[in-house]
Ligand binder design. Structure first.
Ligand code: AMP
Length: 400
C-alpha cells in the first residue's frame, strides 16, 4: 500500500510518499513560502537515481493549488518515483485541531470537512491551511480514500479534571474553551516505541514524553493513555519554547494592554513569535544558544536555565499523576539532538529514580537509544519521532 502524507501549513506544504509494505519512504519534500514573490521546493527521493534526481529549486508558488499540482506532477509524472497518481492507494492528512467532535483518525468526506471547518475558530492558523491541503488533494486524487489524522487525538483520553480550565463553566459549553493538546501524533508514536523498547504492551506503560522542538510539549501517559499534556486550547501553553512563552500569569495580558497600549494582535505576536528562548536571549535555535552561552552570553545562559527548569517542573507534576514511571522519552529537534539539555533536565532527579548515563547520552541520536544509567529505576529513552510514518500508519489502520 502506498500512502501519500500531506502536512499543509499556512505558507508551506510538507509531503511524503511511503510504501507501507516495505516501510520505505519513497520521496519526501517541502514547499515553502507559498504565496510569496519567491518560493522554494526541495524533494529527496529513494533511490536517488538520475531518473529520479533530488530537487532543489527556487520558484514562486501562487497558492496551495499550484504547489500541490507541482508536487503531484513531480511525484507521479515522468521521472517521478511512481508512474501515476492512480498508484497511490491513500492520502493521509495532518489536521491540527479535531476539537470535541473528531476524536480519532477518520475517512474524509464532506461532513468531516465541515467539522474541520467548524473547528477553525479554535485553531485559526492551522485548520484553514490543513483544509486547503485537503480540498486540493481531494480534487487531484479523486477517488483515492483520504484520511484526517488529528494532532489532538492522542490527548482525547484526558479526564475532565485535566482538560478543564477553572473559568466559568458556561465558557466551556458555549465556546469549547478547554485544553486540547497538540503534537499528539508524535507523543503517541514515541509512546508506542517506548513500550516496545520496554518489552511491554502499549497499554501497560507509564511514561512522560517530551517533544522538544521549536514547539515544545510534554505528555503524561498512564497505562498507554494520555492523561495530561502541557499545551492547552492552543499551542501557546506549557513549557517554554523557541519563540512561544509557554505558561505565564494570564493577568500579564491586560497589564500589558493597559501599560503599553497594545492591542490583542500585538500581544498575540509577542507571545507567539517574540517570546520563549528568543524573547530572553534573541535566539531560538538551541545550537546558537549553546554557542553564545559558552562565549559568556548571560542571557543565553539564562534562557537555557529557564528552559530546563520549566521542563523539570512538568516532570515533577506528571510524575505525581502517572503512577510508577517506566520511562522518560525525549524526542524532536532538541530532544533527539541536544545531549546537554537532556543531561541538565535529568540532573538532580536521582531521588525520583531518574539517572542518566553521560556516556550513553552523549551526542545526537538518529535511532532509538536507552540513555539511563544502570542504577536508574526509570528508563530514559531518546526516540526520533516520525510523524509522517505515524500518519501513514493511522491512515492504513482507518482503511483496514
Ligand atoms: P523541530 O521543531 O523538531 O524540527 O526542532 C527544531 C529545533 O531543534 C531547532 O530550533 C533547534 O533548536 C533544535 N536543534 C536541531 N538540531 C540541534 C542540535 N544538533 N543541537 C541542539 N539543538 C538542535
Amino acid at each position: 500500500m502506498k500512502v501519500f502524507v500531506i502536512n499543509s501549513g499556512s505558507s508551506s506544504l510538507k509531503y511524503q510518499l511511503l510504501d507501507m509494505d516495505t516501510q520505505q519512504v519513497m520521496t519526501t519534500g517541502l514547499v515553502e513560502r507559498i504565496g510569496d514573490s519567491m518560493g522554494r521546493i526541495s524533494q529527496k527521493n529513494w533511490p536517488d537515481t538520475p531518473q529520479q534526481a533530488n530537487i532543489e529549486e527556487e520558484r514562486p508558488f501562487a497558492d496551495h493549488h499550484e504547489a500541490m499540482h507541482t508536487v503531484v506532477n513531480l511525484v507521479t509524472g515522468p521521472g517521478g518515483v511512481i508512474a501515476s497518481a492512480e498508484a497511490i492507494d491513500a492520502v493521509g492528512h495532518r489536521v491540527v485541531q479535531g476539537g470535541e467532535t473528531l476524536f480519532t483518525s477518520t475517512c474524509i468526506d464532506d461532513a468531516v470537512v465541515a467539522q474541520i471547518r467548524a473547528n477553525c475558530p479554535l485553531s485559526p492558523l492551522h485548520n484553514p491551511a490543513n483544509l486547503v491541503g485537503i480540498e486540493v488533494a481531494r480534487e487531484l486524487f479523486a477517488g483515492v480514500p483520504q484520511v484526517a489524522v488529528f494532532d489532538t487525538e492522542f490527548h482525547q483520553t484526558m479526564p475532565a479534571e485535566a482538560f478543564m480550565y477553572a473559568i466559568p463553566y458556561e465558557l466551556y459549553e458555549e465556546l469549547r474553551i478547554r485544553r486540547y493538546g497538540f503534537h499528539g501524533t508524535s507523543h503517541r508514536y514515541v509512546a508506542q516505541q517506548a513500550a516496545a523498547m520496554l518489552g511491554k504492551r502499549a497499554d501497560e506503560v507509564n511514561l512522560i514524553t517530551l517533544h522538544l522542538g521549536n514547539g515544545c510539549s510534554m505528555a503524561a501517559v498512564r497505562q498507554g493513555q494520555c492523561i495530561d499534556t502541557s499545551m492547552g486550547m492552543t499551542p501557546l501553553a506549557g513549557v517554554m519554547m523557541g519563540t512561544r512563552s509557554g505558561d505565564i500569569d494570564p493577568a500579564i495580558i491586560p497589564f500589558l494592554m493597559k501599560e503599553k497600549g497594545l492591542d490583542m494582535a500585538q500581544i498575540d505576536d509577542i507571545l507567539n513569535k517574540k517570546s520563549g528562548l528568543k524573547g530572553i536571549c534573541g535566539m531560538n535555535d538551541m545550537r546558537d544558544i549553546h554557542a553564545a552561552a559558552a562565549q559568556g552570553d548571560a542571557k543565553a545562559a539564562l534562557a537555557l536555565s529557564m528552559f530546563v527548569y520549566r521542563i523539570k517542573q512538568y516532570i515533577g507534576a506528571y510524575y505525581a499523576v502517572t503512577g510508577p514511571l517506566d520511562a522518560l522519552v525525549f524526542t524532536a529537534g532538541i530532544g533527539e539532538n541536544d545531549d546537554v539539555v537532556r543531561g541538565r533536565v535529568c540532573a538532580g532527579l536521582a531521588h525520583l529514580g531518574i539517572e542518566i548515563d553521560p556516556e550513553r547520552n552523549g551526542g545526537r541520536k538518529k535511532t532509538a537509544t536507552a540513555v539511563q544509567a544502570e542504577s536508574s529505576r526509570v528508563a530514559v529513552f531518546v526516540i526520533p519521532t516520525n510523524e509522517e510514518l505515524a500518519i501513514a500508519q493511522a491512515t492504513q489502520a482507518v482503511l483496514a
